[in-house]
Design a binder for this molecule. Structure first.
Ligand SMILES: [Zn+2]
Length: 126
C-alpha cells in the first residue's frame, strides 16, 4: 500500500525542519571553531585542551553534515516518489520506523543486516 500523500507531507515538513536544525547547528559549530582558533594558549596543557576542543567541534560538524545529507536524500526521495521504500531491498519501510527516523533510507531488516556486516553498505555512497 502506498504511503498516503498526507503522511508524505507530514514527513516532508519534519525533514525540512530537521534540515534547518542541522544547518543551524553546523553553522554555529563552524562559528565556535573559528572562535577557538585565535586564542593563544598559555602553556602546552591549554594547547592540548584547545586542540581537543577543536577536534570535538570538527567531529560534531562532520556528524552533522552526514546527518544533513541523509535528510536531504530523504527529501530527494519524496521528490522522486520513492520515499518510504527501502533503498536496499525496495520493500516499504515500516510506518513506525519512518515516524521515528523519517530520514532513514532502509527498512529495519536491511539496517540490521548491515550492522551485522551481512550485506554491503554501498547504498550509503549512492
Ligand atoms: Zn530493506
Amino acid at each position: 500500500m502506498p504511503t498516503p500523500p498526507k503522511t508524505i507531507e507530514m514527513f516532508e515538513a519534519r525533514l525540512r525542519e530537521q534540515a534547518e536544525i542541522l544547518e543551524q547547528t553546523a553553522l554555529s559549530l563552524l562559528a565556535q571553531g573559528r572562535e577557538v582558533q585565535p586564542l593563544v594558549a598559555a602553556d602546552t596543557a591549554d594547547q592540548a585542551a584547545l586542540s581537543y576542543e577543536k577536534e570535538m567541534l570538527f567531529s560534531q560538524s562532520t556528524q552533522g553534515r552526514s546527518d544533513l545529507l541523509l535528510v536531504q536524500k530523504a527529501l530527494a526521495r519524496i521528490a522522486d516518489g520513492t520515499f518510504g521504500d527501502c533503498v536496499t531491498c525496495g520493500k516499504p519501510i515500516g510506518q513506525k520506523r519512518l515516524e521515528a527516523v523519517p530520514w532513514t533510507p532502509r527498512c529495519i531488516e536491511c539496517q540490521e543486516r548491515i550492522e551485522r556486516g551481512e550485506i554491503d553498505d554501498s547504498g550509503r555512497a549512492a
